[in-house]
Design a protein around this ligand. Structure first.
Ligand SMILES: Nc1nc2c(ncn2[C@@H]2O[C@H](COP(=O)(O)OP(=O)(O)OP(=O)(O)O)[C@@H](O)[C@H]2O)c(=O)[nH]1
Length: 205
């Protein structure tokens, strides 16, 4: 019997530095969490395979650098993405403002077909919340995104976030043409910095 085809989607994580993009990425792909902030330089890439409603899906997930100095290279990573996860830290209002800037840029550069999730991370620090939950949810609705809360630290809300995003990717665009023959597939030689903590990351925040 012929092997079932896998649906393939490129998804990018964006957001200010230190909001927890790498932590969400590593929690979802490896079920790991570190208290240390290792600054992402450029980006890292991993594929997560899952089965949803009988469909095999490969999510090609890009974790990008949040520091301002890396903003100029972000288009390399969000270009050709079918979905974007915009992360803010619920204890940091500036990081939510940054999400709004990303939304504008993504809508301008990628159009309205891009499936968006806006994610308030670090819900284990609810006492220090500086972003009003209701505002964030309403804002997400206004820009055609879905809002989620999660804690990479406690592994809460991560699975739900990616499952919902995958569901929306499938229903909004059907089978992707993002396959091995696609010229848009990220090439392994393209700025991938992965699994090399000493070289790619410095501690901060
Ligand atoms: N309390 C708490 N801390 C978290 C959570 N997620 C991440 N952190 C911490 O926040 C800091 C930054 O996390 P990272 O995942 O490295 O942040 P980032 O957004 O990838 O940062 P850049 O690489 O600079 O863009 C680290 O010290 C993490 O341990 C969370 O859910 N709760």
């Amino acid at each position: 019997m012929a092997e079932r085809l896998s649906l393939e989607y490129k998804v990018v994580l964006l957001g200010e530095g230190c909001v927890g993009k790498t932590s969400i990425f590593l929690r979802y792909t490896e079920d790991k969490f570190s208290e240390k902030h290792d600054v992402t330089l450029q980006a890292a890439f991993r594929t997560k395979k899952l089965t949803l409603s009988g469909k095999r899906v490969s999510l090609h997930i890009w974790d990008t650098a949040g520091q301002e100095k890396f903003h100029a290279i972000a288009p390399i990573y969000y270009r050709d993405s079918r979905g974007a996860i915009l992360v803010y830290d619920i204890t940091d209002a500036n990081s939510f403002d940054r999400v709004k800037i990303w939304v504008k840029e993504l809508r301008r550069m990628c159009g309205s077909d891009l499936v968006l999730a806006i994610v308030g991370n670090k819900t284990d620090m609810e006492r220090d919340r500086h972003v009003q939950e209701q505002n964030a949810i309403e804002y997400a609705g206004q820009v055609g995104a879905k809002h989620f809360h999660c804690s990479a630290k406690l592994n809460k809300g991560i699975e739900e976030l990616f499952l919902d995003l995958t569901r929306r990717l499938i229903s909004s665009q059907g089978e992707s043409n993002y396959n091995a023959r696609s010229p848009t597939r990220p090439q392994p030689s393209l700025d991938i910095v992965d699994d090399t903590p000493e070289e790619k990351r410095n501690s901060c925040c």
